[in-house]
Design a protein around this ligand. Structure first.
Ligand code: ATP
Ligand code: MG
Length: 233
C-alpha cells in the first residue's frame, strides 16, 4: 500500500467528526471517497495531510508513519493536496504560481512547467496572466498543476469536479487519466459518482464520519440501493 489509514478519529471542536475510518490506496490505483454533504470526506483528507491532525489512529505513507507530522513535511514526503477551495495565489501569474511550488518543494522529477502546460494547454496560453483573471475551471486546473510541480507519489484531490461545466469535467477526466499514466497514485473525494466511475477503480462510501461500503466502482454503481441511499448523481 502507498497509503494505509487505520482507525482514524478526528474532529474540530469537542466532538469527533471522523469515527474510526480506514482507507487503503495501492500504488498506481485511483481511489475515490464518496458520500453526501458533510459525510466527512474533506475532514478525512485534511487529517491525512495533517491539517486537522488525527486524534487517534495511524496514517502510513510508503511504509512511514506520518500522523502527527506537520502538513508541510507531509507534502515534502510526496503527497500533493488540492483543497476544495483551490487556494492559488491571485497576485502571481500562472507561471509564477507553478514555479513557486517547484522552488519551495525542491522535489524534481517528471513534472515540470512544460509538462503541466502540456497537460493543460489552456493554462499555457494564459501563462503570464495573473491568477485573479482565471475562470473557476482554470483555477482548478492551476491548483492541480501546482500540486504536480511538487512531483508527488500520491495526489489528493478534494471535490475536483464540483462546479465545473460538462466540458471542463471532460478535460479533468482526461487529465486524471494522464496523471495516472505518468505514475501518480490518486485519492479523490467527490460527491459525484458518475464522475468517480470514469476515473476511479475503487471507492469508499462515507456517511456520518464512517465508511459504509467499499468496493469496485462498477459494483458500487450497479447497486441501486447503495447509490440511492448514500450518493448524489
Ligand atoms: N472547520 C470546521 N469546523 C467545525 N466543523 C466542521 C468544519 N469543517 C467541517 N465540519 C463538520 O464536519 C463534518 C464533516 O464535514 P466534511 O467537510 O468533512 O464533509 P464532506 O464529506 O467533505 O462534505 P462536502 O461534500 O460538503 O464537502 C460535518 O458535520 C461538518 O459540519
Ligand atoms: Mg468536502
Amino acid at each position: 500500500m502507498i497509503l494505509a489509514v487505520r482507525d482514524l478519529v478526528t474532529g474540530y471542536g469537542v466532538g469527533a467528526v471522523i469515527h474510526g475510518v480506514s482507507v487503503d490506496v495501492a500504488a498506481a490505483e485511483v481511489v475515490c471517497l464518496l458520500g453526501r454533504n458533510g459525510a466527512g470526506k474533506s475532514t478525512t483528507l485534511r487529517s491525512i495531510m495533517g491539517l486537522t491532525p488525527p486524534r487517534s489512529g495511524t496514517v502510513e505513507f510508503t511504509g512511514m508513519r506520518i500522523e502527527g507530522r506537520q502538513s508541510f513535511e507531509i507534502a515534502r514526503l510526496g503527497i500533493g493536496y488540492v483543497p476544495d477551495d483551490r487556494r492559488i495565489f491571485v497576485d502571481l501569474t500562472i507561471e509564477e504560481n507553478l514555479d513557486i511550488v517547484r522552488r519551495v518543494m525542491r522535489r524534481d522529477g517528471h513534472w515540470t512547467l512544460e509538462r503541466v502546460f502540456q497537460l493543460f494547454p489552456a493554462l499555457a496560453e494564459l501563462r503570464r496572466k495573473s491568477g485573479s483573471g482565471l475562470s473557476g475551471g482554470e483555477q482548478k486546473m492551476l491548483a492541480i498543476g501546482r500540486a504536480l510541480m511538487g512531483n508527488p507519489a500520491l495526489l489528493i484531490l478534494d471535490e475536483p469536479s464540483e462546479g465545473l461545466s460538462p466540458l471542463m469535467v471532460r478535460t479533468l477526466i482526461e487529465a486524471i487519466h494522464r496523471i495516472r499514466e505518468d505514475g501518480v497514485t490518486l485519492l479523490i473525494a467527490d460527491q459525484n459518482v458518475k464522475f468517480a466511475r470514469r476515473v476511479a477503480d475503487r471507492g469508499y462510501i462515507m456517511e456520518k464520519g464512517t465508511i459504509r461500503y467499499s468496493g469496485a466502482l462498477e459494483a458500487l454503481w450497479a447497486n441501486e440501493d447503495i447509490v440511492r441511499r448514500y450518493l448524489a448523481l
